[in-house]
Design a protein around this ligand. Structure first.
Ligand SMILES: Cc1cc2nc3c(=O)[nH]c(=O)nc-3n(C[C@H](O)[C@H](O)[C@H](O)COP(=O)(O)OP(=O)(O)OC[C@H]3O[C@@H](n4cnc5c(N)ncnc54)[C@H](O)[C@@H]3O)c2cc1C
Length: 464
């Protein structure tokens, strides 16, 4: 008995001295951050306001979880790097492997893209399956704990407010408690309260940028029709600026289901009633989606979604920022979802955290957290920059978009990209490079390399 008491005391003491990281919000960004932190801390705690469903299902803390998600090829690569065997597990659970240039049928702004085999692959599945597989992998880490049904309501700080020392949280009955941490990471998404929490400690509000194309989604899940013989594993009918505001996507996912997303830009929101949804599908630039769903069996109501503005918080520019506190994922930068970037950018953020923590190790051994907060936010800002410019650059093609200016350089890029898009409809090589840039497996500079630039320039000169 005395021995047991002693052991408990010893465990408590050692846990008091062990290093502890806390993650606020356990969706994709939080789970990936936790995976990286688990390499460097004795204990990691993920605090999540929801209770996770056991199976891959939508949950209320992630309102976009009943919307279709496309996993970009770069995102897939990073998930496999962080969790070896990840894609095999997705496949066992019914995700569908796709050769992006062959299996996705795409009506681009200036015509249909060709379908040809390539090495550019990803998996079609729900966001919920991705989250579920990641979380189940993390359950194997014995030093990683999930506190479900707990909501963080405040940051704790040292008396001089220079360091974040943990969080105050509430359980589902409103019972408050505190949790001390050596490092606190906010991944609580688009509605993160980090700005208010920091302001309460006397920090300035960071600059924020918001660029809104007023895009709305209406999404419905269908049973994949048995009789429907198709040679595609995804359709994307894109809008065409400035006149054609409507687009639509079918993503086949696990469970023999289709997620059908209709979207309208510039406030041309798709209806969420049955008839209106079908009529909207019929009004797209091509009848393929309407034809595919008109007799299909719906599995869900129509889910609307309109919070789609690109939003960027410049924490990296703050003159003062506390030690031992990091922010990543949608909590820093969220995108118009139509470009499918969020999961991949969250994964890139986790890789940035990994390399940043590695750099903080003294002699490659002891982790020293001094300065990590500022260093990380600056590195993350660089990582976010390209996807931000890609998404907002596209949105600024629409005269109805609000926020952000179309600078002379942006006008030049729009002009150039118009001809990249035109040429890509006839030139598979350029289509492939463009697809790789969109999928973040190639840098955007690839679109300005001579083998793209010259044909694009020639085309623009022949038809200005
Ligand atoms: C309509 C729509 C469609 C999208 N489509 C795509 C797509 O096709 N491809 C793609 O890659 N991305 C897509 N995204 C983006 C993608 O969903 C997110 O970028 C991705 O999930 C990463 O988000 P996150 O983890 O940073 O935040 P979220 O997913 O928003 O998660 C935040 C988490 O924090 C928890 N939380 C919040 N506050 C607290 C608190 N105080 N205490 C404790 N827990 C808290 C929430 O419950 C939630 O679990 C889409 C987004 C939307 C809105």
């Amino acid at each position: 008995m005395i021995a047991k008491k002693y052991m408990n005391m010893k465990n408590r003491m050692s846990s008091q001295h062990s290093s502890h990281a806390v993650v606020i919000g356990g969706s994709i960004a939080g789970l990936l951050a936790a995976r990286v932190l688990a390499e460097h801390f004795d204990r990691v705690t993920v605090i999540e306001r929801d209770y996770y469903p056991d199976n891959p299902e939508p949950r209320s803390g992630v309102p976009q979880s009943n919307q279709g998600h496309f996993l970009l090829a770069r995102g897939k690569q990073i998930l496999e790097e962080l969790f070896p065997g990840f894609v095999e597990e997705l496949s066992e659970k019914g995700a569908i492997q796709v050769d992006i240039t062959k299996d996705w049928v795409l009506l681009f702004e200036y015509g249909w893209w060709s379908c040809f085999s390539s090495d550019l692959t990803t998996w079609n599945c729900t966001r919920n399956l991705i989250e579920n597989v990641i979380r189940k992998r993390l359950l194997n880490y014995t030093h990683l704990t999930f506190m479900e049904g707990h909501q963080v309501c405040e940051l704790l700080a040292s008396s001089d407010k220079r360091e974040i020392t943990g969080v105050r949280l509430k359980d589902s009955q409103g019972q408050e408690s505190t949790l001390k941490a050596n490092l606190t990471v906010d991944t609580s998404g688009r509605n993160s309260k980090a700005i208010q929490w920091l302001q309460a400690l006397g920090y300035e509000k960071p600059q924020e940028q918001s660029i809104n194309s007023f895009l709305g989604y209406a999404t419905r899940w269908y049973q994949c029709p048995n009789h429907h013989q198709v040679d595609w594993k995804g359709i994307n009918l894109m809008p065409k600026a400035p006149e054609f505001k409507r687009g639509g996507v079918i993503i086949p996912v696990e469970g023999n289901r289709w997620i059908v997303i209709l979207s309208g830009i510039g406030g041309d929101y798709p209806p969420t009633n049955e008839l209106g949804f079908l009529e909207f599908a019929r009004s797209l630039r091509s009848p393929d989606i309407y034809e595919a769903i008109k007799d299909a069996q719906p599995l869900s109501p129509v889910y609307g979604y309109r919070r789609t503005e690109n939003h960027l918080r410049h924490y990296e520019k703050l003159e003062k920022f506390p030690e031992n506190f990091l922010i990543l994922g949608d909590a820093v930068c969220s995108f118009n979802p139509v470009y499918g970037q969020g999961i991949t950018v969250a994964a890139l953020g986790a890789l940035t955290l990994k390399s940043c923590l590695q750099q903080q190790k003294q002699n490659g051994v002891k982790l020293n957290l001094k300065g990590v907060s500022r260093r990380f936010q600056k590195q993350l800002a660089q990582v976010n920059n390209t996807p931000w410019l890609m998404a907002t650059g596209e949105d600024l093609n629409w005269p109805t978009t609000v926020g952000g200016e179309t600078s002379p350089i942006m006008k030049l890029i729009h002009f150039y990209m118009k001809y990249v898009k035109i040429v890509s409809c006839h030139d598979q090589r350029i289509q492939k490079i463009f697809t790789e840039v969109i999928n973040m497996t190639k840098p955007s500079s690839a679109l300005f390399s001579p083998n793209v630039f010259i044909p694009v320039l020639l085309r623009s000169l022949s038809n200005p």
